[in-house]
Design a binder for this molecule. Structure first.
Ligand code: SF4
Length: 437
């Protein structure tokens, strides 16, 4: 005889008011100090293992990604730059013809490539090279073996994590259509390190949540299908255009804080579990071992970080969820939390959990922000690479925000590592002060 069990619903009444939910935002539109969207290629080419990223840009663009990616000369890289030179800029050469030639040669040499991204840059935008038409033309020529997709990583308008948003938003029209009927599918949106993705997938499986797909997928031949039956959850906060494109195809977003720290991870998982009707007790039992391990590990770091003051310059768009983690789980004191863009809807739950009374800023006016930072005298400054050295010289401990995008930081097993990333610069500065004394 079947026994009927009552399902206890999971509580996901995350706050959306209070804290900084309605706090005034200091909007600045002055000089910015951020990397461009090409930087995203560094983690995207590792994630999509049969894709190649061809930047159509200048020698500066080539230097940027080569130095940032730390290319090993004996490895076959999966990114390159088709250099736009003086003849192209002067209109003396047909840039389209040259691009076709470069792509043909590349695909002959690298038969393993299944998806080729043509990535626009400042120079390709300046000469108005239409990469979407180029991608269409070349797709017809190389279909069905290779799919060509274009997006812009130009620094004229984008900050560095927007490169991933532009890339994924360009992929959305390529996704197959999911059947309108049947069991819902979960789509996790945003690049996560494979180890983190595997940990989450094990938890989803243990809770009976699925099928689960990822965007981006590890192989371009496994693109997830999307439609009104798709429920998607964002794993990264900088994917506004991608979310909009998915919603335009009928997918529904599961609103949740981001999976940073023990609390963020629990809330993110609980929002998904609630959408799948998982029983509250089963949920609690499934996450308990990892959650307890992470809580114990974080307690040690809290002793060392509590009471330290932190200032965020705008860079990665991870600033708000990171600030929530540092303040609520590690007891750090926030002075200013700057972000290139504040997406009010996607960050609603995060903003409500920030303490009231801090400075929230969007965009940048560099000199003014530096003055505010000097006046606040924080113990730790989170900023881009370009600002870190001058601020260290002035006596501030700094954390490079780009490291937070390159490192696996989401989920329970990474919560202590994430705290460690903020603790290390403080430890280093304390050692330097002892030596100097
Ligand atoms: S800012 Fe523009 S020119 Fe500079 S590396 Fe980025 S895309 Fe290239």
């Amino acid at each position: 005889m079947n026994k009927a069990y009552a399902i206890t619903p999971i509580r996901t009444d995350f706050p959306t008011t209070g804290g900084c939910a309605d706090a005034p935002v200091l909007r600045e539109r002055g000089q910015r100090e951020v990397f461009c969207g090409l930087t995203g290629i560094i983690w995207l080419h590792r994630k999509i293992q049969d894709a190649f990223f061809l930047v159509v840009g200048s020698r500066t663009c080539a230097h940027l990604i080569q130095s940032a990616a730390g290319v090993m000369i004996f490895a076959e890289p999966r990114f390159a730059t088709a250099i736009i030179d003086d003849r192209d800029l002067a209109g003396l050469a047909d840039a389209n013809e040259e691009l076709d030639r470069v792509v043909t040669r590349l695909l002959e040499r690298r038969p393993d490539i299944r998806m080729l991204f043509l990535v626009g840059s400042c120079p390709s935008e300046v000469i108005k090279l239409d990469l979407s038409r180029a991608a269409e033309r070349l797709s017809q020529r190389f279909a069905p073996t290779v799919r060509l997709v274009n997006y812009s990583g130009s620094g004229i308008e984008t900050t560095f994590t927007q490169g991933e948003d532009a890339c994924l938003a360009a992929l959305v029209p390529q996704l197959p259509t999911a059947p309108a009927q049947g069991a819902p599918e979960l789509l996790v949106v945003g690049s996560l390190a494979d180890v983190v993705e595997d940990q989450f997938n094990r938890l989803f499986q243990a809770m009976g949540i699925g099928p689960v797909m990822s965007l981006p997928s590890r192989r371009s031949t496994d693109l997830p299908a999307v439609g009104p039956n798709t429920r998607f959850v964002m794993a990264q906060p900088f994917l506004g255009d991608t979310a909009r494109a998915l919603e335009a195809r009928g997918a529904q977003r599961i609103a949740a804080p981001f999976p940073l720290g023990v609390e963020g991870t629990t809330m993110w998982l609980s929002a998904i579990a609630e959408a799948w009707g998982v029983d509250a007790e089963h949920f609690a039992q499934t996450i308990a071992p990892a959650r307890e391990r992470a809580t114990v590990a974080l307690a040690k770091q809290r002793e060392r970080l509590a009471g330290k003051r932190v200032f965020f310059f705008p860079d990665s768009q991870l600033e708000v969820p990171l600030a929530r983690f540092l303040s609520r789980e590690l007891g750090m004191l926030l002075t200013e939390v700057g972000s290139p863009y504040l997406h009010r809807q996607h960050l609603a739950e995060e903003l409500a959990m920030l303490p009231a009374g801090i400075v929230l800023s969007e965009g940048q006016d560099l000199e003014r922000q530096l003055d505010r930072c000097r006046a606040a005298q924080p113990d730790l400054v989170v900023c881009g690479l370009g600002l870190a050295n001058p601020l260290e010289q002035e006596g501030f401990a700094t954390k490079w925000s780009i490291e937070l995008v390159f490192s696996p930081i989401q989920g329970y097993d990474q919560a202590a590592d994430l705290a460690e990333l903020f603790e290390r610069p403080l430890r280093r500065r304390a050692l330097l002060s002892v030596k100097a004394a």
